[in-house]
Write a protein that binds this ligand. Structure first.
Ligand code: FES
Length: 107
């Protein structure tokens, strides 16, 4: 049975997401980075909470993204800053559903 997409918006196709980095989409004023990790699709804010670096351009290892500006690491599932200097450095994450090769995100 397919999951209801009532609260989700289609943002892209799965084949638009690169293997080793992210793909940026926008919903209203949310700039969102979509990643594919081991056939799982994960969405996190594209705006690094440190100084605004573009997380979609960051390198990904397992489920961690490294901000391209200063290398801070964020968990793509929880949004937590790995080094945990401060709770203020957590990122917003978003629920993702893929149906028929279309990526849908809930904001
Ligand atoms: S802007 Fe992302 S680590 Fe500094």
């Amino acid at each position: 049975m397919q999951e209801s997409l009532d609260d989700y918006q289609k943002v892209c196709e799965t084949n638009e997401i690169p293997d080793d980095t992210g793909h940026v989409v926008s919903i209203d004023d949310h700039e969102i980075a979509i990643f594919e990790v081991d056939d799982e699709f994960l969405a996190i804010t594209n705006v690094c909470p440190h100084q605004g670096g573009p997380l979609a351009e960051g390198k990904v290892e397992e489920k961690t993204v490294f901000c391209p500006w200063h290398g801070y690491e964020f968990d793509l599932e929880s949004g937590d800053h790995i080094q945990a200097f401060s709770d203020d450095l957590s990122c917003v994450t978003y629920d993702v559903v893929v149906q028929d090769d279309a990526v849908h995100v809930k904001v």
